[in-house]
Every structure is written in C-alpha cells, then in structure tokens.
Design a protein around this ligand. Structure first.
Ligand code: BGC
Length: 418
C-alpha cells in the first residue's frame, strides 16, 4: 500500500516536472535597475522566474532615470524584436498600447482578481481599452529628504521640516565644509528636485493645476515664480561635481558623510540599505520641507509585449502572476525602497520610512494630495515631460536667467504636442 502511494507520488512529481519543462520559456525583461539597491530588487524577480523553470535574460540599460533604456527599447520594438516585458509607466503605457505592440494579460488578471487587489488609480493605468497590458510592481514616494544624522550631529545642523529650517541647516552644513545637498545634475534629477519644491512651496492644488493639468494661468502665476526662486536658492548648496552625476553616486555621498542631505525618491533607501546603512542610524528619511501630508508617487510597472513562441507567452504570464504575488511584493519592495502596490499586505517586515509611506499614501488619496510624478514619467506625455525637463535644467544651470524668464520657457514647453 505504502509503496503504491509513494510510486503514485513519484509519478505525479515527474509529471509536474515534465509539465514545467514543456512550459519553460525564456523571459527577457528590459529595465534600468542597475544601482546597488535596484540590482538587489531585480535579482529577486530573476530568482522567482528561475524557480518556475524559466530562463531569465537580463536586458538592463543603465542611466538617466530610464531615459536611455526607453531609447534602446524603441529600436528593439521597431526592428520586431521586443522583449517579453519592459519597465514602462504612466501615460507611456497607453502610448505603447495604442501602437498595437502590447499584449493582454487579462486571463491572469481575471483569475487572480487584480481589480480587487489594486487601488483603482493603479488598475486604470495598467489597462488599455479595458484590458490589462501591464503589471504594477510597487509604489515609490518622490518627496523625501534623506539625511545623514551623524553629519547633522557633528556640524550642529538641525533636521528641517520647513523651508526656513532647510536653508538654515544647509547654511550650517556648508559653513562646516560639507556638501549640504548631494545632487546629480541630470535633467530628470533637476526636475525631480523641482517638482518636490513645487509641492513644498505651492501645495498639492498648485502642483496638480500647474504640473499635471498644465494650466497656463498657474504656470505663469506668482506661486510658480516663488517655486522657481526657492528651487534656485538650493543650487549654491550643491557641489561643483554635481553636473552629470548619477543619483546613486549622490546618495553615496550622503552614505559616506561627504554630504548632509539628498532630495530623492525612496529608491535612494534601497541604496542606503544595500550599503549596510540602517534606517534611523545611518540615515533618516523625512518628507521634503512643506510636503508632510502630500505624496508624489511613481508606480513602476512592466508592460507586456506581443510574443510569438507559446512557451515564452506562458513564461510572460508567469511573470505577471509572480509580480503580483504577496511573496514577491514583499521581498522586492524591501530591497527597492518602495512599498507594495498590492493592497492588504502586511507591513511588519518594513521599516518606519515604508510604514509612513503606506499611511501617507492612503491619507493623501483621501485628501486629493496624491500626485503623479512629472519627472518620473507618471503625469504627462513623454514629449511634454522632456520639454519641461529641458526648460527646468536650463534655468538651474544658467547664471543669468530670471525666474520670470524661466516661467515663460516652462509654460511654452507645456504646450509641446503630446
Ligand atoms: C524609477 C525607479 C528607479 C529610479 C532611478 C525612477 O524613475 O521609477 O524605479 O529606481 O528611477 O533609476
């Protein structure tokens, strides 16, 4: 009896293994997660696909908040050689879908009831004409300020919660000979800093009207002028090495104590953690001045491309399912610095920055202070985003341009055809 049972069990295992091999496909994923913390997070995705018997083909393109990756992706898709999935987000999902190159993953989404597991603002964005064409990975918060508490203690600077305190702290740090603000002068980082200042100085309603709805009256108004002058006031607190610097090298300056602060989304937290720096000890997260109750979000997602081989199509569906699983949502986001996008997840393994982020996300959604990041591809078409990025960076880098002139440039950039 026992032997028959174990034989049956053995046969079952063999059958399952056979099925897995028959289904095993190749999964190629384009992403730009190449920094220390990002790579650790990407590794967890690779591991979960390999555990399902699939071959993982990494298609990582470093640099500039994904700008280079998207250029490479475009040429691959145009030449009929798309990867299974690519890190695409926000309005660009709709743009790619309208070109007819994405595939529906509705069967997985329906079977797993994604509509019930995702906030509506997220599921709407993952769909094109009612079909899921992408799977969301996480929720990042952009409006964070990262501090090195040892540098603050050593110099006597006080952690800021409003702009006045921020400039006082920056002055103290500068006088003590440390770089007050670690910055990377790339257009997407300039705009990431700018949008954070826009929220902190102008508030959520201004942010939405000016930067999401691109309302000309707001873009040319007095609040915009104040935002621009506050933004420019930060520049003297950055160092000469800033132009061109990658964001993770700016984070490294804070980790090493060469700099006191960095404005950056919470992918920076992944970097602190990967370097062994602990929350509350090696680094402190605090909402950027004036933004405590608001939340600029980035939702990373994978768009699914049309594939020819059935085995690869099956692997692609496994990828979609794995990304939404509670296990993956936990381990990936612990490494990435973000929070799970799947609702109802336990947060007990997450640190205080992530717990605060989860609470603030829900609260901000209720108070209309949940805002899509312009700098990180969530708010406007990519052509408008590029035009605004360029205008903001020109102002940041110029010694002569006045806020009034910058306003004109930005307002005209906002009129770029989507
Ligand atoms: C993405 C993050 C990424 C960061 C830096 C952001 O736009 O949403 O996932 O870590 O860029 O590369």
């Amino acid at each position: 009896m026992k032997t028959t049972q174990s034989l049956t069990a053995l046969a079952l295992i063999c059958l399952q293994a056979l099925a897995a091999t028959a289904q095993a496909g190749e999964i190629e994923v384009l992403h730009w997660w190449t920094s220390g913390g990002e790579a650790r997070a990407a590794q967890s995705l690779k591991a979960s696909m390999q555990a399902k018997g699939h071959t993982w083909k990494d298609f990582a393109v470093a640099g500039s908040g994904g700008d280079s990756a998207i250029t490479v992706l475009r040429s691959r898709v145009v030449s009929g050689n798309a990867p299974a999935a690519a890190q695409i987000k926000g309005p660009s999902l709709q743009a790619w879908a309208s070109e007819g190159v994405l595939t529906s993953i509705n069967d997985v989404a329906k079977a797993e009831r994604w509509d019930e597991l995702l906030p509506k603002v997220v599921s709407d964005q993952m769909k094109y004409k009612g079909d899921y064409i992408a799977v969301p990975v996480n929720v990042h918060r952009v409006n964070w300020l990262w501090l090195n508490p040892a540098v603050f203690a050593r110099t006597g600077a006080k952690p800021p919660s409003n702009w006045e305190e921020f400039f006082a702290a920056a002055e103290t740090l500068k006088k003590a000979g440390v770089v007050a603000v670690a910055h990377g002068g790339q257009t997407w980082q300039d705009l990431t800093l700018f949008e954070t200042v826009a929220l902190g100085v102008g508030g959520a309603e201004f942010f939405r009207k000016a930067l999401v709805q691109l309302d000309p009256a707001e873009l040319n108004g007095a609040t915009m002028e104040k935002v621009l002058s506050t933004f420019k006031r930060i520049k003297p607190y950055t160092d000469r090495g800033a132009p061109g610097r990658d964001w993770n090298l700016a984070t490294a300056m804070v980790i090493k104590g060469e700099a006191g602060m960095q404005f950056m989304g919470d992918w920076a937290k992944g970097e602190f953690l990967a370097a062994g720096s602990l929350p509350g000890k090696g680094f402190v997260c605090t909402p950027a001045p004036g933004t405590a109750k608001a939340f600029i979000y980035v939702i990373d997602s994978f768009a699914m491309f049309k594939l020819k081989k059935p085995a690869n199509q099956a692997a692609q569906k496994d990828l979609a399912s794995a990304v939404m699983s509670p296990e993956f949502q936990e381990v990936f986001n612990l490494n990435k610095g973000s929070i799970p996008v799947r609702m109802g997840m336990k947060m007990d393994k997450f640190d205080d920055c992530a717990k605060a982020s989860a609470l603030d996300f829900t609260a901000a959604a209720k108070s209309a202070a949940l805002l899509p990041s312009v700098a990180n591809g969530m708010a406007v078409s990519s052509s408008v985003e590029w035009a605004i990025k360029d205008a903001v960076s020109q102002f940041w880098n110029s010694d002569k341009m006045t806020p009034a002139e910058a306003m004109k440039k930005i307002a005209s950039a906002a009129k770029t055809r989507p």
